[in-house]
Write a protein that binds this ligand. Structure first.
Ligand SMILES: Cc1ncc(C[n+]2csc(CCOP(=O)(O)OP(=O)(O)O)c2C)c(N)n1
Length: 305
């Protein structure tokens, strides 16, 4: 039975999935595939997007799409790319794209990703960052922000949420001198779509890191993920930037561009208090967050402007 008949519109490639209401990750997959088109070949590791997208017989991808082992997103897209090239396919027409969560990218998948960038495989890697291992019940990853309550960093007499700072994946990836990398937010969709379009037109490895709120794990209403993702940028806890490596920029070592530099940040406390995972945070913990933000922006403004 053709269960994936294209009933919505021809550019919708990811629909009918079983993601929670308001899932930011699902929006990332849907929007990126819209730009890449039906010949894109995608691969997704264990994580929410494969769990909600491949429920046989209700398969929710209209393009060719694969599930990979948890650690192997970048290895699998490298293999698909090699296979397509061996068949004489032009990768301009069929972008090979991986979609992985923050755990699948910054923890277990980082070795495969680093290897793909080192080989400059002709693939696009998209990390939808919901800041924890959501599919298995909200465990801390290395991209969980300081203070966030998760099931492995609970709040109680001994612990006050996540004790570590969010790892800076964008700059780790840029340090490989990758042809193109960018950060994005579902709160700034036109910026995200522009970056996907740009990545599509570049050969070699490309990386997009998109902040994607998760109402279930972050503890906010299902109709506000876009607002929360926008607020993350506006209050300065997430920045929108691009990196063009030597191959693209022509500048040895590459070039960073800050896409948005708010004159004034919106209120961090408002951002934190709007999410259950941060509601326990003390004034001291909030000050750590604000000081970290200010130090980051001082560095960005001094180096990238
Ligand atoms: C080798 C291995 N270890 C653990 C798991 C269990 N597992 C499946 S999905 C998942 C969480 C994935 O988290 P993340 O990559 O952040 O994506 P999200 O679920 O948030 O979309 C885990 C731990 C697995 N499938 N394979």
């Amino acid at each position: 039975m053709a269960v994936n008949a294209r009933t919505i519109s021809d550019d919708e490639l990811f629909f009918g999935h079983k993601a929670c209401a308001g899932c930011g990750g699902a929006l990332v997959v849907r929007q990126v595939l819209k730009v890449l088109g039906p010949h894109a070949v995608s691969a997704l590791p264990a994580g929410c997007m494969s769990a909600v997208g491949f429920n046989f017989p209700q398969l929710c991808f209209s393009n060719n799409s694969f599930i990979t082992p948890f650690a192997a997103t970048a290895s699998v897209i490298s293999g698909i790319e090699a296979g397509l090239r061996a068949q004489g396919k032009k990768l301009d027409d069929c972008t090979v794209v991986g979609f992985a969560g923050d755990g699948g990218t910054a923890d277990i998948g980082i070795q495969a990703l680093s290897g793909a960038i080192d080989r400059n495989d002709d693939v696009l890697y998209v990390c939808y960052d919901n800041e924890a291992y959501m599919n298995t019940g909200i465990q801390k990853s290395s991209l969980t922000p300081f203070g966030a309550s998760t099931t492995t960093t609970p709040v109680g007499s001994q612990e006050q949420g996540c004790p570590t700072q969010k790892k800076n994946m964008f700059e780790i990836v840029a340090a490989h001198d990758i042809p193109y990398a960018a950060t994005a937010s579902i709160g700034y969709l036109p910026d995200l779509l522009r970056k996907v379009e740009k990545a599509k037109g570049i050969h070699g490895t490309r990386y997009l890191h998109v902040i994607a709120p998760c109402p279930t794990g972050w503890g906010h209403a299902t109709d506000v993920p876009i607002d929360i993702a926008k607020e993350a940028v506006d209050c300065g806890l997430w920045y929108l930037a691009e990196f063009e490596g030597t191959q693209v920029s022509g500048r040895p070592g590459g070039k960073f561009t800050l896409n948005r530099d708010p004159k004034e940040f919106s209120d961090v406390v408002h951002y934190l208090r709007g999410q259950k995972r941060f509601r326990h945070m003390t004034d001291e913990q909030i000050q750590v967050v604000v000081d970290g933000r200010d130090r980051t922006w001082e560095r960005l403004r001094a180096q990238w402007k």
